[in-house]
Design a binder for this molecule. Structure first.
Ligand SMILES: [Zn+2]
Length: 313
C-alpha cells in the first residue's frame, strides 16, 4: 500500500534545472517508515503500468502536447512549469530523460490508483501535480498526473466518479481548471486565501468546494475542512485522491507558504480527518505528496502514514 522507488524522484538538478527543492524527500519518508516497518520494500518498477500519450490527451490540449513532445518545445514548457533557469553546463543527463522521468511519475500515480482499488488505501511517495493546467504546466507541475490517472481509470471502467481532496497550502487551480466541465470528477481545495496563483493574469478557476484560509485563521482550519467534507456527503464517489501537501506546516521552508502555519499535531488531525471520512464511506483512497519543502516535511508525511500502517495492522 506504499508506492515508493528512488527512481521516481524528479532529480531536476541532473538535467541542469536548479530549484531549492529537495529531490530526496521520498527517500527520507521511506527511511522513516522502514524504522517501524523493516519489511517494507521499494516498488518493483517492472510492475509500473505505463500511461501513454492518449491518456495525457484526455486532459491536456493538443498544441501543448505537440510542444511537449518536441525537443525545443519540451525545454520551453519545462522552464515555464518550474519557473527556473536551465544551466546546460551543469546537466549530467540529457533533457529527454526528464520527459521519461515525468512520464514515469504519472504512470506511478495511475499504478497507485490500481493498488488503492485493490487494497482500499495507497500512499504514493510522489505525484500531486495540481497546478498543471490544460495548456501549460505551472508551479513545479509539468503535467496534471492526478486527473490523467483518474481519466485513465475511468476509461478502463474501473471507476465512474471521483473526488479530489486537495489539502496542499496552495490552491488546486490546475485540477479545478482541467475538470471544470467534467461532472464525473469533483474537487475540494483547502488552501491559503492569498498567495496563489502568483501570476495575477492567470484566470482564477474555482474548485467545486473552495475553502480559503486567511492569514491567522489556523484555529478554524480543521472546522472548515470538516464543513467542506460534510457539504459533499450527499454524493458518493467511486474513488478519492488526496493531494496531501505537507506545506501548510508551520516549519515549511518555501517562502510562498508563509500565510498558513499549522502545527505538526494539526497536520496529523487534518490527515486523519480525511482518511477516516473516506474510510467510513468505504471509498478507496490514494494519497499523493504534492508540495512539502525543507527539513520537517518528511516527518509530516511519515507521522500520518505510520498511524495508518499501525491502524491497518
Ligand atoms: Zn503547495
Amino acid at each position: 500500500m506504499i508506492l515508493y522507488h528512488p527512481r521516481l524522484a524528479t532529480e531536476l538538478a541532473h538535467y541542469g534545472i536548479n530549484l531549492p527543492l529537495r529531490d530526496d524527500r521520498s527517500d527520507q519518508v521511506f527511511g522513516l517508515l522502514k524504522k517501524h516497518f523493516p519489511n517494507l520494500a521499494p516498488f518493483d518498477l517492472e510492475n509500473l503500468i505505463p500511461i501513454c500519450r492518449e491518456d495525457i490527451a484526455r486532459v491536456h490540449e493538443d498544441g501543448f502536447l505537440k510542444r511537449w513532445w518536441s525537443p525545443e518545445g519540451f525545454l520551453e514548457e519545462t522552464l515555464r512549469a518550474y519557473d527556473c533557469q536551465f544551466v546546460a553546463s551543469s546537466a549530467v543527463a540529457p533533457l529527454e530523460e526528464l520527459r521519461e522521468s515525468i512520464l514515469r511519475q504519472v504512470s506511478a500515480t495511475y499504478t497507485a490508483i490500481e493498488m488503492a482499488l485493490e487494497e482500499s488505501f495507497c500512499f504514493y511517495l510522489g505525484g500531486g501535480m495540481h497546478h498543471a493546467r490544460k495548456s501549460f504546466g505551472s508551479g513545479f507541475c509539468p503535467l496534471n498526473d492526478i486527473v490523467i490517472a483518474l481519466k485513465r481509470a475511468q476509461s478502463t471502467g474501473r471507476i465512474k466518479t471521483a473526488l479530489v481532496i486537495d489539502t496542499d497550502a496552495h490552491h488546486g487551480d490546475g485540477t479545478a481548471e482541467v475538470t471544470d466541465n467534467d461532472e464525473s470528477i469533483s474537487t475540494l481545495s483547502i488552501h491559503m486565501a492569498q498567495g496563489w496563483p502568483f501570476d495575477s493574469e492567470l484566470p482564477r478557476v474555482n474548485s467545486d468546494v473552495d475553502l480559503p484560509i486567511e492569514k491567522g485563521e489556523e484555529s478554524i482550519y480543521l472546522e472548515q475542512l470538516g464543513k467542506g467534507l460534510k457539504s459533499l456527503e450527499h454524493k458518493s464517489f467511486d474513488f478519492v485522491i488526496v493531494v496531501a501537501g505537507a506545506d501548510p506546516h508551520e516549519h515549511d521552508e518555501l517562502k510562498s507558504t508563509e500565510e498558513l502555519k499549522l502545527t505538526k499535531e494539526q497536520m496529523l488531525s487534518r490527515d486523519m480527518m480525511v482518511y477516516k471520512w473516506c474510510q467510513e464511506r468505504e471509498m478507496p483512497q490514494l494519497w499523493l505528496m504534492a508540495g512539502g519543502y525543507g527539513e520537517q516535511a518528511p516527518h509530516i508525511y511519515a507521522q500520518f502514514i505510520l498511524k495508518v500502517l499501525h491502524l491497518m495492522g
